[in-house]
Design a protein around this ligand. Sequence first.
Ligand SMILES: O=C(O)CCC(=O)C(=O)O
Length: 255
Amino acid sequence: MNIPEALNALGVRDDTLTAQEKAQLDTVGYLPMPRTLSAAEIAGIRAAMQGVYAKEKTGLEGGPVESSYMQNKAPGFDLCLQKPRVLAAIAYVLDGHVKSFGVHGRPHPPGGERQNLHVDYNGPAPTESCYAVANSLWMLVDFTEKNGATRVVPGSHLSGENPQDALDDPTAPHPDEVLLLGSAGTVVVWNSHLWHGTTANHSKHSRHSLTSFFCRRDDPHMVFSSALSIEAAERLSEQVRCLFADDTPWTPPKE
Ligand SMILES: O=C(O)CCC(=O)C(=O)O
């Protein structure tokens, strides 16, 4: 099975996104998709996430700050690899050359700090028709002005610049930034050359979310593993397996 066949089997068609949605990805660089997850789906993913975080002590003293490749740790994240409209938006940004780098979580607790504006790529500036990276952010609670919603700078993916080089202070508020506000169950797909970053969480609750990250399949600068564990490869459908690229099975990091 090749990638076009896999995307087709996963429900991605030329008209899965409207012309307006595609234009939004081209021009502003991100596309919110409200109501992508049902309440039951959110609850299932959150339970799986809390299970992994508790096991790994993610975000706790002595534990890691984030959990990576979560599809290899529990089946509860499989949905984050197979919603047709999300995959259609990712495939649109990457011109069909989709490779999954899996599902990742980073707790954003009360008091959690603001991140630098950044892009998710270390390679050279992309050309307009050849983007290397695309991300999807899965809101598992409402994203508000108070709880650390992600900020993005619309259109910045077209600048060919990295905010670390272009800005005096990438942590500072940007005059053009927009907060990605939305209800739990919203997924936002962005071109990962778009300048973006978490804002501070001033609320009393954790801002729960996951990302399901993708890159251009043949990109030489993306050197992370895209391997599935044996268990995940046995569980996932052929079409989802096809989105991953490394043949050597993923093995858990040593404790
Ligand atoms: O969680 C967020 O608000 C932003 C995530 C992010 O910046 C990233 O995954 O690169």
